[in-house]
Design a protein. Structure first.
Length: 94
């Protein structure tokens, strides 16, 4: 589990959130080709209203990191507040 304190994004702004992706020993892992699903919920727990879902394929080129790119249309209708988010990776072996 990872916690991200201090990430802020103004409504309608573009910004990237870069997350480390490592194994239990801290070694960088390559997520290229995996499907990344990001869910954002209004409030500070996972039991609140879902306001945004982003799904994308992780590109190659940055082993050990996943970059989540927010564009203006992602947040233009999202109310000001504090949010809870989850990041899921699916490698297709489910």
């Amino acid at each position: 589990m990872a916690q991200c304190d201090g990430f802020s994004l103004a409504r309608g702004e573009s910004r990237s959130l870069r997350l480390k992706y490592v194994d239990s020993d801290g070694a960088p892992q390559d997520a290229a080709g995996q499907t990344c699903v990001v869910t954002v919920r209004y409030g500070t727990t996972e039991d609140t209203d879902l306001v945004l879902t982003k799904t994308f394929t992780v590109p190659s080129g940055s082993p050990g990191y996943i970059s989540i790119d927010f564009v203006p249309s992602d947040t233009e209708d999202v109310p000001v507040g504090t949010y809870w988010f989850d990041v899921w990776l699916h490698d297709g072996t489910d």
